[in-house]
Design a protein around this ligand. Structure first.
Ligand code: PHB
Length: 400
């Protein structure tokens, strides 16, 4: 009896071990099928809902526009976008999404990242997983130093701000007030403007920082008016916030009292130019992209983007478009076999013909090198545009 029981237990044990081994083999086989699969997955972490939903609208629209022009198959692999919503600058959500994309979805690349706090939050995760990550917008200088697996195709605030300070001084401005969004990129813009402007002999006569979300611009704009500067240099969030700022700037009569507005292109967001209307006429800004940029690449980009969105694209859409160009180049170079370190080696030094002009990913810093244009808002054929009139060539992030 005891012997029979023992035999039965041995058989049950044997079957269990057999099943476990089989499961392991199946799991391994599935994994291998995955690794050798026909799909390259790109996880896009961006803002799809909430106050900043336009960030995701543009980044994803730009990425899809690139795929529209270049097809969705590279080196025999189908490229799939997996889009995940951060809902805004919420680092904990960004971290959870990155974790899920890496572990559950097993993405080959991470991309997107509209907001600096979200990009910073995922740095340790992408480093640990060796996941090549393309920053399509987030623009605080320090970001690319936080992971060797970050490469940026967008801009940095110091990169676009320094040329504005230099242009302003050259044009005779000497007393300028700065107003920035109160977080990483705003602090970068404020510091870069002050450093460049005062080095040349200009004076920053006042500095204001406004909350990132839903600022009430009235008191800030009044303070600028009372300080009587020759100009104000501003960086606030594109979209709704830029419109709110411009409205207050005009209601409080700053333009009428001769205080010139100089800004980064974030404030003179292409997507809301027509909504700003006459309020923004004559505003000077510095940035890497204008819808009005004249080139065959931009023409192609605008035609493709219009298939996804009736609204004009802006610089974030170009970030999405160029980010996908970078990813396609990596897939081609690695013949569809994505390895984190090899992908980064391909990204370092990569040159692209962007809708904004030529760009390069600096081999040493993995940050973008690009032309920065000085532009003026003009009305052309019934619509408002940032018309480029001066170029600073191949500008690097001055913070590095
Ligand atoms: C950022 O969070 O880095 C950021 C967001 C929007 C901008 C620029 C920078 O327009």
């Amino acid at each position: 009896m005891e012997k029979q029981r023992h035999n039965l237990l041995t058989i049950v044990h044997g079957v269990a071990v057999f099943l476990m081994v089989m499961c392991g083999i199946v799991a391994l086989a599935t994994d291998q099928a995955y690794a050798a699969g026909d799909t390259i997955k790109v996880g896009i972490i961006t803002e799809m809902t909430g106050t900043f939903a336009d960030f995701g609208r543009h980044i994803v629209g730009g990425a899809k526009a690139y795929m529209k022009v270049h097809g969705d198959t590279v080196a025999g692999k189908k490229v799939e976008l997996i889009i995940r919503d951060t809902t805004g600058p919420v680092p904990d959500v960004a971290k959870r999404l990155a974790q899920e994309l890496i572990v559950k979805d097993k993405v080959d690349f991470i991309a997107g990242l509209g907001f600096t706090p979200n990009a910073l939050a995922i740095a340790p995760l992408v480093t640990e997983a060796k996941k090549p990550t393309i920053i399509m917008n987030a623009a605080t200088s320090i970001i690319t130093t936080k992971s060797p697996y970050f490469a940026r195709v967008s801009m940095t605030l110091p990169q676009v701000t320094e040329p504005m300070a230099q242009w302003a001084f050259k044009k005779g401005y000497r007393k300028i007030y700065t107003l920035v969004a109160d977080y990483g990129p705003g602090h970068d813009a404020e510091a870069a403007f002050k450093k460049a402007f005062t080095k040349m002999g200009g004076e920053v006569v006042g500095e204001s920082r406004v909350p990132l979300k839903s600022p009430e611009f009235g008191p800030y704009v009044q303070r600028i008016k009372d300080a009587k500067p020759q100009a104000v240099f501003a960086f606030v969030m594109p979209g709704e916030m830029a419109v709110a700022f411009m409205k207050t700037y005009n209601e409080r009569g700053l333009a009428k009292s001769g205080i010139k507005l100089l800004s980064t292109g974030d404030v003179m967001d292409d997507a809301v130019q027509d909504a700003l209307g006459d309020h923004a006429l004559g505003v000077i800004s510095s940035h890497q992209y204008s819808v009005a940029h004249k080139s065959p690449e931009n023409k192609n980009f605008l035609a493709a983007y219009s298939k996804f969105d009736p609204q004009r694209p802006n610089f974030m859409a170009v970030g999405g478009y160029d980010g996908m160009a970078a990813i396609y180049n990596v897939i081609k170079q690695l013949n569809g076999k994505i390895d984190g370190d090899k992908a980064m080696a391909v990204l370092k030094g990569m040159k692209l013909n962007s809708p904004r002009g030529p760009i390069q990913i600096d081999a040493a810093t993995r940050d973008v090198v690009q032309n920065i244009y000085i532009r003026e808002v003009k009305k052309v054929d019934g619509h408002y545009y940032n018309v480029e009139f001066e170029t600073f060539n191949a500008v690097k992030d001055p913070g590095k």
